[in-house]
Design a binder for this molecule. Structure first.
Ligand code: DGL
Length: 268
């Protein structure tokens, strides 16, 4: 496939959570076209098996490659954790993922070498974040915590709710006991919980938002390879989903921080 700077960036996720990555990309790379794929009919992936997640990831990758994307971004931490190799092997274009971006940033900014990771059960069980952080620096002590209740709480819109606060306090208790100075938000949904999480964690702990770090990595990659869309223009955004669930528009706009238009349903 011929890679040209005019082609869109392909971004995919298990559902609409990956719109946090799209939002960060829109801010960092305002002239780039973006095609987003959210598997809203089959979300959540975070509680599914490795083989199921891998076969879904294969299907989505093939779909986006057919749409002539110039690169792929795995916006879903769960897919990145268990199926990033599957995606790489299929792809004729560069692939970035939120885990490598978040892990590298955490390894760079920790001072006391104590890092905490929050994620879905599939992400935490895969150990992918621990491996990625140890690749950068194997002296870092990593504490992980699966937070299965966060995704439904965020989708419910309970971003500043007593139930969410209590849940976060419970999840963070063992992680904070390790005296971490850096906390990775290892799931698409967690950036929306930043205010509550930073309040509980305290000012001394830095939160790593993988959506922002992968957007910066994307800009670096496109510029280094002469693939960036540099001229000032109105970008095209196209969203593919496998289902349009109730409250799709309002939840999606919360993630994106702007109106959600050009949504197409793919019938698989
Ligand atoms: N997108 C998933 C992630 O980042 C969260 C939702 C899910 O479980 O599918 O891990």
């Amino acid at each position: 496939m011929r890679v040209i700077s005019e082609n869109p960036i392909g971004v995919f996720d298990s559902g609409i959570g990956g719109l946090t990555v799209v939002r960060a990309l829109m801010e960092r790379l305002p002239f780039e076209d973006i095609i987003y794929f959210g598997d809203t009919a089959r979300v959540p992936y975070g509680v599914k098996s490795v083989s199921t997640i891998s076969s879904f990831a294969t299907q989505i990758t093939e779909f986006l490659l057919q749409h002539q994307v110039k690169m792929l971004i795995i916006a879903c931490n769960t897919i990145a954790a268990v199926a990033s190799q599957v995606v790489q092997d299929l792809s004729s274009v560069p692939v970035l993922n939120v885990i490598n971006a978040g892990a590298q940033t955490a390894a760079k900014i920790t001072r006391n070498k104590q890092v905490g990771i929050l994620g879905t059960p599939a992400t935490i069980n895969s150990n992918a974040y621990v491996r990625a952080i140890h690749e950068a620096d194997n002296h870092i002590h990593v504490t992980t915590q699966a937070c299965p209740l966060f995704v439904p709480l965020v989708e419910e819109g309970w971003l500043d709710h007593p139930v969410t606060r209590l849940t976060a306090q419970e999840y963070l208790k063992p992680v904070l006991a390790e005296k971490i100075d850096t906390l990775v938000l290892g799931c698409t949904h967690y950036p929306l919980l930043k205010p509550i999480l930073s309040e509980i964690a305290g000012e001394s702990i830095r939160l790593v938002d993988s959506a922002i770090t992968v957007a910066h990595e994307t800009a670096d990659l496109l510029l280094a390879n002469g693939m960036a869309q540099l001229s000032s223009r109105e970008p095209n955004y196209l969203y593919f989903v496998t289902d349009v669930p109730l409250r799709f528009q309002s939840v999606g706009e919360r993630f994106l921080g702007r109106s959600l238009e050009n949504v197409k349903v793919v019938n698989w």
